[in-house]
Design a protein around this ligand. Structure first.
Ligand code: GLN
Length: 552
């Protein structure tokens, strides 16, 4: 269990969802880390799915895969990006996960014949997990984001677990409520009432907020700060203004204007260990927001667009962020165009014209049949017109299929994910996946998490990474069929990265002499791209993309 005196900060949402609890949690993590404290960030998702791997990205956004292979919520990606280090399994929990272990214990007679109940048994399992994560990570402070909004039925047990922790360790637990202060257009005035109600609702759980993060379209003025302080029982120094910002990476810098990290340390009774230097972060956040930087146009051709533009970017969140980090490093401003592969499949002339204007094209990860021929057509377009192309997972598999069809002349080349009995299964199910699929054993069973890849000398990949052995995160069931590798390579495609035993193809690329940048990865490089250490393959792709403009 965690050491005596370990500190816990719970982040809860008041008023409404979607106002940035994840960014607040990530920012607190970054700021306390800058103050010299090792931090771990925990996401609590109240839904019953055992992990985030079985959810449709249009429903819940991207699935973020940890190094261990655990499939988690996209917030975990933001946490890792802000902290700049890997998180572990213990840092993520869902109601499903918690209940599953309680029920397994009950089946094993571990409750000694007792009636097993939500309180105390499920609640205690939640506390046990929170403490175990703190211990496992060797951190000094845990910041735990409780998903949903105060007043939800689903997250009540988690809030109660937090309350119990406060009862047992009154000096070591803080509650940060992220609220929203609307400015109705008819009034033009910021309203504090919904926040007052949210604080009272939290009180009804036996919890008092120690901090209020005042999310709003504009900064909080002194008068409203005072009003909130008096009505919510929170000292004015602990009410932090959080106006809308251009990029989430400005959030920690903004919080420091209200001396948030000093206030947190003082509330936790911890001394400052090191003067916070946010210089590198500030430089990066400035570069990301630089509206004057030269533009680089990138199309992302995907299919998870069906519920409107907001969800669209969520489904490919890490890809967008990875582009931003490399662009910031190169002093570029990415202009991302979303292209629905189904439109290309239909041969929509406007969409094809849009595609032709791009300096770079990405086909990201995906599953299933819909839009797949559109993606293959896109890849052919990028190859023949020599537009820099970057394929991620499915985008790599389809790049190999396109090559097999149109260069090798294997007209029926396909993946058995879509066409089980195709004559040319260039992409086939991995041998150890067959039984899992037959048993409908889908949850958490893909090839998941970090695996090493060995890079071939003289290739684009090797030059980008500047090393021979890399480790990248995966999420797939299918692979390049070993039986076709020799033929594909003879036809000119190079497998520049393979598993160390040489069996699995991890990276495919065309030599520079044939194409400015045509490269696909079986893994998801976007999952390890970080603000201060952009991913070398994204950087290389963008370099090729800007060069493309100059040639035109
Ligand atoms: N559907 C493909 C597979 O399972 C690719 C997965 C992905 O893009 N993440 O292998």
């Amino acid at each position: 269990m965690a050491k005596e005196g370990h500190k816990y900060i719970f982040v809860l949402g008041g008023v409404m969802s979607g106002v940035g609890k994840g960014v607040v949690t990530s920012s607190i993590g970054l700021l306390l880390q800058q103050k010299g404290y090792p931090v771990n960030l925990v996401k609590v998702d109240p839904y019953l799915n055992v992990d985030a791997g079985t959810m449709n990205p249009t429903e819940h956004g991207e699935t973020f895969v940890l190094k261990s292979g655990l499939e988690t919520d996209q917030d975990m990606g933001n946490y890792e990006r802000f902290l700049g280090h890997d998180l572990t399994d213990g840092d993520y929990m869902t109601s499903g996960m918690v209940y599953q272990s309680v029920i397994a214990r009950e089946r094993a007679l571990e409750y000694g014949g007792k009636c097993v109940e939500a309180i105390p048994h499920v609640r205690d399992e939640i506390s046990r997990r929170i403490k175990a994560a703190a211990e496992h990570n060797g951190s000094r402070i845990s910041v735990i984001e409780i998903g949903g909004t105060i007043g939800d039925f689903q997250n009540a047990l988690f809030i109660d677990a937090a309350r119990m922790l406060k009862v047992r360790h009154p000096d070591d637990v803080l509650f940060v409520m992220v609220s929203y202060l609307p400015v109705p257009s008819t009034l033009g005035e910021m309203k504090t009432r919904p926040t007052q109600h949210a604080v009272r609702e939290l009180n009804s759980y036996g919890v008092q907020a120690d901090f209020i993060i005042a999310r709003a379209p504009q900064p909080l003025d002194a008068r409203r700060k005072e009003k909130l302080a008096i009505s919510c029982n929170v000292h004015a120094d602990r009410i932090i203004s959080a106006p809308d910002i251009k990029s989430i990476y400005e959030a920690p810098l903004n919080f420091e204007k209200d001396k948030f990290s000093d206030a947190l340390l003082s509330a936790l009774n911890l001394p400052e260990k090191r003067r916070a230097s946010l210089a590198a972060w500030r430089k990066f956040a400035t570069a990301v927001a630089d509206a004057k930087a030269p533009e680089v146009s990138i199309a992302i051709v995907g299919k998870y667009f069906d519920t409107g533009d907001f969800v669209l970017s969520d489904a490919y969140l890490s890809v967008i962020e990875a582009i931003k980090f490399s662009a910031a490093k190169l002093g570029l401003r990415p202009k991302i165009t979303w292209v629905n592969s189904k439109d290309i499949e239909r041969g929509d002339a406007k969409t094809l014209a849009e595609l032709a204007k791009q300096q770079g094209i990405i086909v990201p990860g995906g599953f299933g049949e819909s839009g797949i021929e559109g993606k293959i057509r896109t890849i052919r377009f990028a190859r023949e017109r020599k537009i820099p192309y970057f394929g991620l997972c499915y985008g790599m598999q389809l790049m190999v299929i396109e090559y097999a069809r149109n260069v090798l002349g294997l007209k029926d080349a396909h993946t058995t994910e879509i066409k089980k009995h195709t004559v040319d299964p260039v992409v086939d199910v991995m041998p150890d996946q067959k039984d899992l699929l037959a048993d409908k054993n889908y949850g958490g069973t893909m090839r998941l998490g970090a695996y090493p890849a060995r890079l071939k000398k003289g290739t684009i990949a090797r030059a980008a990474y500047k090393k021979d052995l890399v480790e990248e995160r995966h999420r797939h069931r299918y692979e390049i069929n070993p039986e076709y590798i020799e033929r594909i390579e003879k036809a000119g495609l190079v497998f520049s990265g393979t598993s160390p035993d040489g069996v699995l193809m991890e990276i495919a690329e065309l030599p520079r002499a044939k194409h400015p940048f045509m490269l696909g990865t079986q893994f998801h490089p976007e999952l390890q791209a970080r603000p201060l250490s952009p991913h070398p393959l994204f950087t290389e792709f963008l370099k090729a993309a800007v060069a493309q403009k100059k040639r035109k």
